[in-house]
Design a protein around this ligand. Structure first.
Ligand SMILES: Nc1nc2c(c(CN[C@H]3C=C[C@H](O)[C@@H]3O)cn2[C@@H]2O[C@H](COP(=O)(O)O)[C@@H](O)[C@H]2O)c(=O)[nH]1
Length: 366
């Protein structure tokens, strides 16, 4: 029984072996992040999260209808007034900063929701982070300049606390971790990339997959994966949303030009799974559903967390495939579906029509 006779040896391992032996990888095997493959495996092994096929098909039809009505496109990103409107290197740095810090905005049980005031409006969640960065820039603090983060004299934790000050006595969770993540990412950009995020993007030569893999390889701050014993499970949520935000902000041109942007998957956060459940796409075991409804934390790297994240990625892929079967000419990918689901979740939250809380896992990854 030779090493390759066993049909259990999966394609990925064969590719890695061929590459390590210097055997030519057939030209059509384009690079991949591995996220979608891992999501499928998680889904196939899942016991506490299931995908409702009929619910997903019906939801996909409705999502397509609404996305057409709302004309969802990369332009939607800039339609959010709080996002930077310019199209230049400073905005690339803004998005890089944003997507290093783009995680965990929900309050601990007895604390107030972190809220910031900017230009006489109050923001929570993801938008509080965007507002904080915009406010700092208006105050002349170069918070979105990666080389500033490695300047130990100028970029201090006191300054960081000032930048993230709230208007209701609350504080954003894991502020110290966020500070250290910027510090260390700034050192990497300074030492390895001559202070230029554009330089990192250029190294990917227009490939979204290569850029994601480059970020994950060179920046521990983006290495969102779980070693579940049997294998490494990749999610790469903030690395992928960084590429997606670039693509959307620059509308597929300039620093947002990617030939393989459709290889980017849904971003495994805590809002979109909530929306997929609400739309009847995802189903939870009673034990998991009760945990979520009681707003009790779900441990990072637990099977529950892994299944929530992996099944959500796979479910959005099923929605994407269904939409393209129904309307092959639809200008559609997982990014735009994801953006729509996130924005819809936020609308429902604002209307107070949520049917289930989002899950709570204290994590720097989402
Ligand atoms: N999957 C997915 N996750 C997203 C976003 C966004 C914002 N993207 C903007 C850009 C274009 C879109 O149109 C959006 O306007 C934030 N998040 C994640 O949600 C969580 C924050 O939730 P809350 O505390 O309720 O704001 C946190 O994990 C954050 O990382 C998204 O789009 N997709």
């Amino acid at each position: 029984m030779g090493p390759f006779d066993d049909d259990e040896v999966d394609e990925e391992l064969l590719t890695l072996l061929r590459q390590s032996l210097g055997l030519g990888v057939t030209q059509h095997q384009a690079p991949d992040t591995g996220v979608l493959k891992d999501a499928q495996r998680i889904y196939e092994d899942a016991v506490d999260v299931a995908i409702d096929y009929a619910g997903t098909a019906a939801a996909a039809d409705d999502i397509l209808r609404q996305m057409k009505e709302k004309k969802y496109s990369p332009k939607t990103w800039s339609a959010h007034e709080l996002h930077p409107q310019e199209k230049n290197e400073a905005v690339v740095n803004f998005i890089f900063t944003l997507d290093i810090l783009n995680f965990c905005f929900w309050p601990d049980e007895d604390n107030q929701h972190y809220t910031v005031e900017f230009k006489d409006k109050r923001y929570t969640g993801y938008w509080s982070l965007v507002a904080v960065l915009q406010r700092a820039l208006l105050e002349g603090i170069t918070i979105t300049t990666p080389c500033f983060w490695q300047d130990e004299d100028a970029f201090t934790f006191e300054l960081f606390e000032h930048v993230f000050r709230s208007c209701n006595g609350s504080s954003l969770s894991m502020l110290d971790k966020r500070f250290n993540m910027l510090r260390h990412a700034g050192q990497i950009v300074y030492e390895d990339f001559e202070c230029s995020v554009i330089g990192i993007i250029d190294m990917a030569k227009g490939s979204a997959v290569v850029l994601v893999n480059l970020l994950v390889d060179r920046f521990p701050q983006f290495r969102d994966e779980v070693n579940s014993g049997k294998r490494n499970l990749r999610f790469y949520k903030r690395a992928q949303i960084f590429v997606a935000d670039l693509w959307a902000c620059f509308e597929g041109a300039s620093f947002g030009t990617f030939t393989d942007i459709d290889k980017i998957t849904m971003f495994a956060d805590y809002r979109v799974p909530q929306m997929l459940y609400t739309l009847g796409c995802l189903r939870y075991s009673p034990a998991l559903e009760n945990r979520i409804r009681r707003r009790e934390e779900i441990p990072p790297h637990s099977s529950w967390e892994i299944e929530l994240r992996g099944c959500s990625i796979w479910c959005v892929e099923m929605i994407r495939q269904h939409i393209l079967q129904v309307d092959p000419l639809a200008d559609m990918n997982a990014i735009l579906i994801d953006f729509f689901l996130y924005d819809t979740a936020k609308e429902r939250e604002a209307q107070g029509t949520e049917v289930i809380p989002h899950h709570r896992t204290k994590s720097i990854w989402y």
